[in-house]
Design a protein around this ligand. Structure first.
Ligand SMILES: NC(=O)c1ccc[n+]([C@@H]2O[C@H](COP(=O)([O-])OP(=O)(O)OC[C@H]3O[C@@H](n4cnc5c(N)ncnc54)[C@H](OP(=O)(O)O)[C@@H]3O)[C@@H](O)[C@H]2O)c1
Length: 278
């Protein structure tokens, strides 16, 4: 039996669809991962083959003014789950990198987060690797789903409201459909040996900018909104973001024999799912 924490988020909801009754799904009201007494009591009564930690403080800009809260969820919460759960898959982020790499980031590349969110997520990775018996970190990027709030839904809403929209073209990365990440995590679960402590990168295939991503969202959603490419300087945000955060997925593909769909394919399936109202 598996435990999915943060089960009401984008990835948690996609995992429900894939794992079904093979897992227990804990949202924040059922298990607050930052509450040590609660976490300790929870695991004293139950044992799981793996904890899949999808709980996170993901409001990247808000975190800049709320560092303590971000640290509690992204570092302390992850650490408590690792200490009490012992076997854990911890989901992390491309924002642990500074964007200066001349090529897609490999797992062993030096991290240099540019934001509170990135720093707390990196601290969570380190805590999990130090505390658990078996720890797998899966870094992903630009996550979206038909569940919850995300860039795809924001673009669809703004595109329907406005005739034109400026979107940054100087931040490059890879979108990831949370349903594809959920399928990848599920495939990994049966093939993680006891004692493994590794980091893996997973996103959809391909490379794009937020601008090109927005254009594809409009086209696939049948929304006629003119998307203009703008520079990040024209759209200042509270948190700094890496200008390049493409993840190299060679390691996860080889180790787990995964076939990774292209980001345009993932987006198509997500938009169709949204149209069906699922
Ligand atoms: N979204 C992205 O673009 C992106 C990119 C790269 C990596 N990631 C990583 O991917 C993972 C999944 O992200 P996601 O997009 O699915 O996140 P999400 O939709 O924001 O879901 C996170 C969930 O964690 C819950 N949570 C917050 N604090 C908690 C606590 N103390 N105890 C238990 N649950 C708590 C949230 O509940 P509330 O909403 O009620 O607070 C929410 O349901 C995260 O590790 C994230 O850092 C995300």
């Amino acid at each position: 039996m598996f435990l999915v924490t943060g089960a009401d988020g984008q990835l948690g909801r996609e995992l429900r669809l894939v794992l079904g009754d093979r897992a227990v799904y804990a949202d924040k009201t059922y298990l607050d991962i930052t509450d040590e007494a609660q976490v300790s009591a929870f695991f004293a009564e139950r044992k799981f083959d793996f904890v899949i930690n999808c709980a996170a403080y993901t409001a990247v800009d808000k975190a800049e003014d709320d560092a303590e809260a971000a640290d509690r969820v992204n570092r302390l919460g992850a650490e408590l789950l690792a200490r009490h759960g012992r076997r854990i898959i911890q989901v992390s982020t491309d924002y642990v990198f500074d964007g200066e790499s001349p090529r897609p980031y490999r797992e062993e590349d030096e991290t240099r987060p540019m934001s509170v969110y990135g720093r707390t997520k990196r601290a969570g990775e380190e805590a999990v690797l130090a505390q658990a018996d078996t720890a797998v970190i899966v870094r992903t990027s630009w996550l979206y789903s038909s569940f919850g709030g995300n860039f795809v839904k924001t673009m669809q809403r703004l595109g329907r409201e406005r005739g034109s929209l400026g979107v940054v073209f100087d931040q490059v990365g890879t979108p990831t459909y949370a349903a594809d990440l959920a399928a990848a995590v599920t495939a990994m679960l049966s093939d993680i040996p006891a004692g493994m402590k590794e980091i893996f990168h997973y996103s959809n295939e391909g490379v794009t900018s937020w601008y090109d991503f927005a254009c594809a969202i409009m086209e696939m959603s049948g929304i006629s909104c003119a998307v203009r490419p703008i520079e990040s300087a024209e759209y200042p945000t509270r948190a700094a973001r890496p200008s390049f955060s493409v993840l190299n997925k060679a390691k996860i593909k080889k180790r787990f024999g995964l076939a990774v769909p292209h980001w345009t394919d993932g987006l198509k399936r997500c938009v169709k799912t949204m149209e069906r109202g699922e």
